[in-house]
Write a protein that binds this ligand. Structure first.
Ligand code: KIV
Length: 270
């Protein structure tokens, strides 16, 4: 195993990374095995994203997933991880009604998963919820720019903050920091604007489709591993071709079973 310091990543560690100009990486995970592998590799933050909705449960968007559906994913990841900071997404419907609802659901997530933090989408519109959770001792990662839970309102997965809309994004970034968030995800944001926000804030920024000027980067693990067919989105780099390798392996297995070459004697008990 690689020798990694510090031995445990905390929210304060990310703040220190920003001060030192040290970039960090985040991946999503929804299960025990991949979370354990990413942790062993030294990935600093593992997000149990509500992208579990489309990536693990087969929903079309992230909107249908519930707190009760998120909890087993969060617990599986938290059980696997020794070093990384584990963050669980607050799903659509679990915080929008106001700070009281947000607090109740965040406490449930923290108690039942063993994660160290939650993530909430929205800038100015979510600042009261972020402040309430932070006051209660729950670390909050914010998420602005393209926020997938608002996909219908935003008219699809589009770059946010171009032209005059940049001002709103700057205000969102400042609002989540002022409310007490310890880090903020910037999704689908022009590179130069993401750099400006990163310079403006004292908390770390984590980019996805936001260029390389943020303090950290995050990718959805199924994108990073190449599990989807077809051309990946522009901001995705595939580090594996897992879909084609699994497809080929499953075909070879089926053929081995069909022709009797699996199981061989070495796989059989006397
Ligand atoms: O749910 C998720 O995977 C996310 C990332 C896109 C940041 O929120």
């Amino acid at each position: 195993m690689t020798n990694l310091t510090p031995s445990k990543i905390r929210t304060a560690t990310l703040a220190q990374f920003k001060q030192e100009g040290k970039k960090f990486s985040c991946l999503t995970s929804y299960d025990f095995l991949t979370a354990g592998i990413f942790d062993e590799a030294g990935i600093e933050v593992i997000l149990v994203g509500d992208s579990a909705a489309d990536n693990a449960l087969g929903y079309e968007t992230t909107l249908p997933i519930t707190v009760d559906e998120m909890i087993p994913f969060g617990r599986a990841v938290a059980n696997a991880v020794a070093r990384a900071l584990v963050v669980v997404d607050m799903p659509f419907g679990s915080y929008e009604a106001g700070p009281d609802a947000a607090l109740e659901n965040a406490i449930k997530i923290m108690k039942q998963t063993g994660a160290s933090s939650v993530k909430i989408e929205g800038g100015v519109r979510s600042q009261d919820q972020i402040a309430a959770l932070t006051r209660a001792g729950i670390p909050v990662m914010a998420h602005i720019g393209f926020t997938p839970q608002s996909i219908h309102n935003l008219g699809g997965a589009k770059v946010q903050g171009r032209g005059a809309a940049a001002q709103q994004l700057l205000e969102d970034a400042q609002a989540v920091q002022d409310a007490g968030a310890y880090a903020v995800v910037l999704e689908l944001v022009p590179k130069l604007l993401a750099e400006e926000i990163t310079r403006m804030l004292t908390i770390p920024t984590i980019g996805i489709g936001a260029g390389n000027g943020t303090d950290g980067q995050i990718l959805v693990w199924t994108d990073f591993a190449g599990l989807y067919p077809g051309k990946p989105r522009k901001f995705v780099k595939q580090y594996l071709s897992m879909r084609s390798e699994l497809l080929e392996a499953a075909r070879r297995y089926r053929s081995d079973v069909a022709d009797g070459s699996f199981p061989a004697d070495e796989h059989s008990h006397d």
